[in-house]
Design a binder for this molecule. Structure first.
Ligand SMILES: [Zn+2]
Length: 299
């Protein structure tokens, strides 16, 4: 398609998208205000479908290109969307797994860079797809859940501190499962919220079978020799200033791996850039350049 054709197609679809958005808003407002236009309600699902379709087509033209591929929705795009918050402390220490990133989010399914890395790691570097393993996934990343559920069936259990957010209510410092219950545990971006992270690590270790593995990602800085933390700090603005997020009580440094080892794990770092299946030097899957996978095993 030539440039003029592309502009025409884009304008046509853009207008359709705008019209559908207007109509959808009008119908929603009519419904909300309790008007007597119930016949409009009947076309609401149709409008919704046209709206979703035209939105997708506008996006497909806007992001036309093959530079990036999303491993969840399998769509290609010229670029991914920015994501994360621009917080001074995260910038200062070049924190990986937090802060603002230029191209972190898939424009179609909104998967994040760190979740795409998790998905590729599970696929290529673990036995979740090849063996009948049991997995406990705490604070589950919602893009990953359907895949693991479909492969592992009832051997896959999700847990969250918030009731209703997952299969089981799980406090990571008092995990409600017996010792050696699982072949694998996934618990990402949780430990930086937990006052006694050592206890949480020992709990994760306890429920793992001997020979099992865990992926335990956190925001961390390679420039900090030791973790900055203050579990007693309750002022959210101070937490934001010191640790980069209002509900974080620490910012992990290079000692994170040692903390995992103290809990009993054999902990290693996996660099996706060493494995061509993760998108190579062109970073096909739009991963965070410096993010390493904290891969732990139980001897
Ligand atoms: Zn996607």
């Amino acid at each position: 398609m030539g440039k003029d054709g592309l502009v025409r197609a884009f304008t046509r679809r853009g207008l359709l998208y705008a019209l559908c958005l207007l109509a959808k808003t009008f119908v929603a407002h009519t419904e909300y205000s309790g008007g007597h236009m119930s016949s409009l309600m009947k076309i609401k699902p149709v409008l919704g479908r046209i709206y979703a379709r035209s939105k997708l087509e506008v996006k497909a033209l806007w992001y036309k290109g093959t530079r990036r591929t999303c491993c969840f929705c399998n769509r290609q795009a010229s670029t991914f969307l920015p994501a994360g918050f621009d917080v001074e402390v995260l910038r200062k220490y070049h924190v990986v797994g937090g802060g603002f990133r230029d191209e972190a989010k898939c424009p179609y399914c909104f998967s994040l860079d760190r979740v795409r890395l998790l998905d590729l790691f599970l696929e290529h570097c673990t036995n979740v797809s090849s063996e009948a393993v049991s997995v406990l996934h705490i604070a589950p990343e919602y893009h990953v859940v359907p895949r693991l559920k479909s492969v592992l069936k009832d051997r896959y259990i999700t847990g969250d501190l918030a009731a209703g957010a997952a299969d089981s209510v799980v406090d990571v410092t008092a995990i409600p499962f017996p010792d050696a219950s699982f072949d694998a545990v996934i618990c990402n971006h949780v430990l930086e919220h937990v006052p006694d992270d050592g206890l949480a690590m020992r709990e994760l270790f306890r429920v793992l079978k001997s020979g099992g593995w865990a992926v335990l990602q956190v925001p961390s800085s390679n420039e900090l020799p030791a973790t900055l933390e203050d579990p007693t700090l309750e002022d959210e603005e101070e937490r934001l200033k010191k640790f980069g997020q209002r509900d974080h009580i620490r910012l992990y440094g290079r000692d994170y791996l040692d903390r995992l080892k103290t809990a009993g794990f054999q902990a290693t770092l996996f660099d996706w850039k060493t494995d061509p299946r993760f998108g190579g030097s062109e970073n096909q899957f739009g991963l965070c350049e410096n993010e390493l996978v904290h891969y732990c095993t139980k001897p």
